[in-house]
Design a binder for this molecule. Structure first.
Ligand SMILES: [Zn+2]
Length: 450
């Protein structure tokens, strides 16, 4: 067992989850014969096993992973050091993932209580070792499946607070009622022990809680340990949503001013975002903007570690962009082009305001995805994300916020308790999912060949 690197800690500066106060509480091991406390992270991610590149793939599998935070970061995310716990066909509905979690928790329980190794390479007279699962890293749907939180469509959609969805545009954090871990455990246990399905449904509806087998782990705090992954939330939930849904892209028309008229006969498409109007008429990123952005991309010299977005991003035939490609489009290509074409001259006041609003999001993204976090940086993140969200409300009053907009205001809490996102993020899951995608299959979802 390799212990975490004992780097010299700088007060109020965290470069890794192992610098965070949560790790200090659960993972710090003393010297000599004191017990080794291993901290592990559990995560889940859905992927299309058939490698389809189109958006909204119908066929999905869900993989469950674990990795050890006590390993140095350069080793932590190597595939050989990660544990693939399970691959499930489809996305497990509601609490059915508990059938798998039950077995995982049975394995974890004796480890959390602690084992005694009679001899190790460094400790010839043996050492006590315990393992505790601290962060559950996933998107909001994964939190719903793994920890028993409600789905993002539930009235109580947030894992940190009990703000009702009807008040999702409330940006005053001090007014949000917080979830309590003890209450969560009590309600979840009531749900588990309920005599009828109706009682379970009533508990879920009223308190937004289901039973999760992870609650059998004595040290598990469902509220503090459930981390919304910053990459899913920020790159897809904020940047992609802003460009594709709030602004809108239309390769066949000139870019507009982003103003729509609500249609009385509008029927919201199924599975669409929580947007209250038909945005098909709102096309800020038109052919003129796309062509300007593509031309600027050709003239831009990127650092060697930056992979530019696909040449004709924004076209339907180019296909779905990944989170990292939206990051490059949003924080590099569009910033370069929109400052050039909207920032000066006759672009007009509204376009300039839309540009400044988008730059607020880019600044917040930059701080959120830094490899280091400090109290000052978290304060700045809160300032820019709040300014961005207020700007969206002013510029696009007909757009309702999505859960991701709300989650974005909780992200500084995760930075404070769990350190910077790179030390607990999920890109490594996607790499492993890619390996799983490449395995030959019978192309019959959920069926084994006999
Ligand atoms: Zn919340």
């Amino acid at each position: 067992m390799v212990e975490y690197q004992k780097r010299r800690l700088i007060p109020d500066r965290e470069e890794d989850l192992t610098d965070s106060k949560t790790f200090a509480q659960f993972g710090r091991s003393g010297t000599g014969i004191s017990p080794l406390r291993v901290v592990a992270s559990l995560g889940c991610d859905a992927f299309n096993p058939f490698q389809s590149k189109t958006a909204h793939a119908v066929v999905q599998s869900t993989a469950l992973y674990m990795y050890l935070l006590v390993l140095p970061e350069r080793m932590r995310f190597q595939k050989k050091n990660m544990l693939l716990l399970a691959v499930l066909p489809g996305e497990p509905k509601q609490h059915l993932i508990n059938n798998i979690l039950n077995r995982v928790v049975n394995l974890l329980l004796p480890l959390e209580e602690g084992l005694h190794y009679l001899q190790t390479a460094k400790y010839p007279f043996g050492r006590n070792v315990s393992l505790v699962v601290v962060p559950i890293v996933c998107d909001s749907l994964g939190a719903h499946q793994l920890v028993g939180f409600p789905s993002p469509t539930h009235t109580l959609f947030c894992t940190r607070c009990l703000l009702p969805k009807s008040d999702i545009s409330n940006l005053d954090r001090t007014s949000w009622p917080r979830r309590d871990p003890e209450q969560h455990r009590i309600r979840a246990t009531e749900w588990r022990d309920a005599a009828t399905q109706k009682i379970r449904n009533d508990i879920y509806k009223k308190y937004g809680v289901r039973w999760s087998e992870l609650l059998r782990l004595p040290g598990f705090d469902p509220i503090a340990f459930t981390v919304i992954d910053d990459l899913h939330m920020c790159l897809l939930g904020l940047i992609e949503t802003h460009i594709r849904d709030i602004w809108g892209i239309d390769e066949d028309a000139e870019g507009g001013l982003g103003q729509t008229k609500a249609r009385k006969d509008y029927q919201k498409p199924p599975n669409s975002l929580n947007l209250s109007v038909d945005l098909s008429s709102r096309k800020v990123i038109g052919r003129d903007v796309l062509e300007a952005a593509w031309a600027d991309m050709m003239r831009t010299i990127h650092p060697s570690w930056i992979s530019p977005a696909p040449v004709h991003w924004g076209l339907a035939r180019t296909g779905k962009l990944g989170g990292n490609e939206w990051k490059i489009v949003g924080t590099i290509h569009l910033v370069v082009t929109l400052i050039r074409i909207w920032g000066y001259g006759e672009a007009g006041e509204r376009r300039r305001r839309m540009l400044l609003n988008f730059v607020d999001l880019v600044k917040a993204t930059h701080i959120l995805l830094l490899r280091v976090t400090t109290p000052k940086l978290r304060e700045e993140y809160d300032f820019w994300i709040l300014k961005y969200l207020r700007g969206v409300q002013e510029l696009f009053p007909d757009v309702g916020f999505t859960p991701n907009h709300h989650y974005s205001m909780h992200m500084s809490e995760f930075l404070e308790s769990m350190g910077p996102g790179h030390s607990r993020s999920t890109p490594v899951f996607e790499q492993t999912n890619h390996v799983l995608q490449m395995i030959k299959k019978n192309r019959h979802a959920g069926k084994f060949n006999s």
